[in-house]
Write a protein that binds this ligand. Structure first.
Ligand code: KG4
Ligand code: ZN
Length: 340
């Protein structure tokens, strides 16, 4: 192996996915994700159970990532881990493991901000995927976050808009729950929406100042609407599932696109990159493509496996920080809430 190559182990444990990845420079050699099924029966992530499952998964997941990459532990140049934001009990598992492994291998330790990683996932080297040029706008949409970020450089980012209550993924999941769909319902709403009429049931969009978002009122609007319809027709959901899903998705996508248009206008930036689990949504993907035509945007959607929580995105931040020799020491602690 060439001595110029940098091998990074990335570890992600901020929510309910335990993931480990190996990168050689900016290329992904392996990216193993163990998703925790245990939460499905509770209709949402249970922090205590998540932490316990991370403890069970972390050793086999890291072992598998190293094996699949075809390297050994002694090849590693550094270890990068998610410091936050996320669930404290979950973050602690990855943080403590990363610290002890770095100590035992005597290699540098690199702390990574999970939200920055969702954005920098675009810098993983992949055939057929372009890297955005600076400055660009990043829309990070997941079960925990909704942000518009002005990205001036790899590590010079500015949050210019964010949700003041629920995240967009929660809006999808909570609406799905009202419809009786299993958790996480976002992908199912997306699937059913594709066979429905998006204008069948108009939901009003929340009015929020500036570039911020609010989704808690939307969820309540869906609840009241469904309750009212069920009173008149107990079969309403079964008979209108596709149209309801299409209408929910249409409203959510409109809320996101409206703010993106505003952000693009205010900053004069037309390069737009998305990240986070909700960027798997077919509606947002289509709306962004339409934006290229309608508003002259250049849009960037990462490879599917790098949109949801994964360690490859932690690894790429590790690599970029490694190049700057930006290391941390053993006194570092996990943080549930951090900005950039
Ligand atoms: O980034 P992610 O894997 O985990 C968090 O950090 O939250 O995002 C998960 C979220 C869930 O709310 C899930 O319902 C949503 O992403 N999601 C979708 C789709 N695929 C995943 N929402 C709408 N349409 C989809 N196709
Ligand atoms: Zn995430």
């Amino acid at each position: 192996m060439s001595s110029q190559n940098v091998y990074i182990l990335g570890i992600e444990s901020s929510c309910d996915d335990t993931s480990a990845a190996i990168l050689c420079n900016d290329q992904v050699l392996s990216n193993v994700v163990a998703s925790q099924k245990i939460h499905e029966q509770y209709g949402g992530v249970v922090p205590e159970l998540a932490s316990r499952a991370h403890q069970q998964n972390i050793v086999p997941v890291i072992d598998q990532a190293i094996k699949q990459a075809g390297i050994t532990k002694s090849d590693l140049s550094a270890i990068a881990f998610t410091r936050g934001p996320g669930l404290m009990g979950s973050l602690l598992v990855g943080t403590s493991f990363a610290k002890s492994l770095a100590l035992s291998l005597d290699i540098p330790l690199i702390d990574v901000n999970h939200m920055q990683a969702h954005i920098l996932a675009h810098f993983i080297d992949e055939d057929e995927y372009d890297k955005p040029e600076f400055p660009f706008l990043a829309l990070t949409i997941s079960g925990g976050h909704t942000q518009i970020v002005k990205v001036n450089n790899h590590f010079d980012m500015e949050i210019i808009g964010e949700t003041i209550d629920d995240a967009v993924g929660e809006a999808f999941d909570k609406s799905a729950k009202i419809l009786g769909l299993p958790y996480p319902g976002g992908p199912l709403v997306d699937k059913y929406a594709q066979s429905g009429d998006p204008k069948a049931f108009p939901f009003t969009k929340p009015r929020v100042d500036g570039l911020n978002f609010s989704f808690s009122g939307f969820k309540t609007a869906v609840l009241y609407f469904i309750q009212k319809q069920l009173k008149e027709n107990p079969q309403f959901i079964e008979e209108n599932l596709y149209d309801v899903c299409a209408s929910i998705q249409y409203t959510i996508i409109n809320i996101l696109i409206d703010k993106l248009k505003k952000a693009s206008k205010e900053t004069g930036i037309k390069s737009i990159a998305i990240g986070g689990g909700v960027s798997a949504n077919s509606g947002i993907r289509k709306a962004l493509k339409d934006g290229e035509f309608k508003y002259g945007w250049k849009t960037f959607v990462p490879k599917f496996e790098y949109t949801t929580d994964n360690a490859a995105m932690i690894g790429i931040v590790g690599y970029l920080k490694y190049l700057q020799q930006d290391f941390t020491d053993m006194s570092i602690v996990a943080k549930a809430r951090i900005k950039f």
